[in-house]
Write a protein that binds this ligand. Structure first.
Ligand SMILES: [Zn+2]
Length: 80
């Protein structure tokens, strides 16, 4: 797992922060990653999962029907 760093603002979060790991829609590369991960039996940080700080969490939660790059593009534009 990646350390909890907000995908939008790069804020590093500690144990007491209300940060959360969200899972987004999987694109073709993400499905490939899943296949490889289950075959090799490793549990890494999936490319379709990302951490968010409390400030960006609520908005990000409404975008999990998108792939991660799409969601990040919208979030960065909104919070730009
Ligand atoms: Zn943030």
């Amino acid at each position: 797992m990646k350390p909890p760093i907000c995908e939008v603002c790069s804020k590093r979060m500690g144990e007491n922060d209300e940060c959360k790991l969200l899972y987004f829609k999987k694109g073709p590369n993400d499905l490939k990653w899943d296949k490889k991960a289950s075959k090799l039996g490793f549990t890494g940080h999936p490319p379709y999962a990302a951490w968010f700080c409390p400030k960006h969490l609520e908005k990000a939660q409404n975008l999990t029907h998108l792939t991660l790059p799409e969601a990040i593009r919208i979030l960065k534009k909104d919070f730009g």
